[in-house]
Write a new protein. Structure first.
Length: 367
């Protein structure tokens, strides 16, 4: 077992006047806009818990010292969470550290150095990995969604009533999301105008303008017609655009909210208790949220009785798995799906291969 030695906490360092200066509300909002919605939500929750712990432990949360962050990580690995009865997983603690650093950046303050915290985390990982308890070893591994490869997609889209607008939307979300290797935030950000048909004589398919937040670049993946009409992303996307036009929607978001009857949902509103003013909730144009996009995939998987964890990232993982199995070059896969060249995250997706296929490196080496 690896021994985790608590790091001594130094006296709290009070912020200097320069460090106390905060960003203006507008600048703070602009920084927040640059953080993906799901990440922002997770980071905000993590940082709120860190700040609450600091208040109880008499530490300063902003700016935090390296010792404070180390002490907090040590606290997390020894404290069971109410919901699970287990301490934070290593992957969750990585996110906590990132949330603390992000909060400092957003406030215009130099983030604390985290070497001590990461040494504690490294010892925690080692401790879990050599445990005799299978649950401990599973806890050390990051939980991954299942990969929605084409065989799975066929089962998912078969559950949809594609004569309805909702069925057309969900089919396009599944198939186009897989074809462009789209993250949920990238998919719900698409507009009708983001899709352009190939105007050459061959009519090869569509081009989709996608902003890849992780690499901060616009990409234009070309999506060709599929050989199977039921799982063709081009046909599904164009069918949705035509159906939206029939509803009077020729611009705005491609993927919109639907009510329980499968109709385009009206704008949501609520009355502000403090002011009495009725205010809009969410995107006024009816754009889907990232959670709603993920729910489409999980619901289709449940209806198809396909076991596993199925979220929007299943489409992205499934694209990599299928393309690699078909022998496509890793660089081409990465550029199509919006990964930076040499991305470690992309390489990790290749692990979806079960190891028994033609890609096994032991095949043909003469053993």
């Amino acid at each position: 077992m690896s021994e985790i030695v608590p790091v001594r906490t130094e006296a709290v360092v009070e912020p200097s006047p320069a460090e106390r200066r905060a960003l203006s509300p507008q600048a703070r909002a602009d920084v927040q806009a640059g953080i993906p919605e799901a990440t922002s939500r997770a980071y905000s929750g993590d940082y709120r818990q860190f700040a609450a712990w600091c208040a109880t432990a008499e530490h300063t949360a902003l700016p935090a010292t390296p010792e404070t962050v180390t002490e907090y990580v040590s606290h997390l690995i020894h404290t069971p969470r109410p919901r699970t009865g287990r301490p934070y997983s290593p992957a969750s603690i990585e996110r906590v550290i990132a949330s603390i650093r992000t909060a400092h950046h957003a406030a215009g303050i130099q983030p604390p150095e985290t070497k001590g915290a990461r040494k504690v985390l490294s010892g925690y990982k080692a401790q879990l990995s050599v445990s005799d308890d299978d649950a401990d070893r599973r806890h050390a591994e990051a939980r991954r969604v299942n990969a929605a490869v084409p065989a799975t997609l066929r089962k998912l889209v078969a559950t949809l009533d594609r004569k309805t607008l909702k069925g057309k939307r969900d089919a396009a979300l599944l198939l186009l999301g897989h074809a462009i290797a789209g993250r949920a935030s990238e998919m719900v950000s698409l507009n009708i105008a983001s899709v352009t048909e190939d105007d050459s004589e061959k009519k090869r398919g569509i081009e989709v303008l996608v902003y890849r937040r992780k690499i901060k670049k616009w990409t234009r993946p070309k999506i060709m017609y599929g050989t199977n009409p039921n799982t063709c992303p081009v046909r599904a996307t164009l069918a949705l655009i035509d159906a939206m036009a029939a509803e009077g929607r020729t611009e705005g978001p491609l993927f919109v909210r639907m009510d329980r009857h499968g109709r385009i949902a009206p704008p949501m509103q609520r009355r502000n208790k403090a002011t009495g003013i009725v205010e809009p909730i969410g995107d006024p144009a009816g754009r889907m949220t990232t959670d709603a996009a993920s729910d489409v995939i999980q619901t289709a998987a449940d209806d198809a009785k396909v076991e596993g964890l199925w979220r929007s990232h299943s489409l992205r993982r499934g694209f990599v798995t299928a393309a690699r199995a078909a022998g496509k070059d890793l660089v081409d896969i990465g550029r199509h799906g919006g990964w930076a060249d040499g991305s470690k995250a992309l390489l990790a997706y290749i692990e979806e291969d079960d190891g028994w296929g033609d890609n096994n490196p032991l095949i043909g080496i003469g053993l």
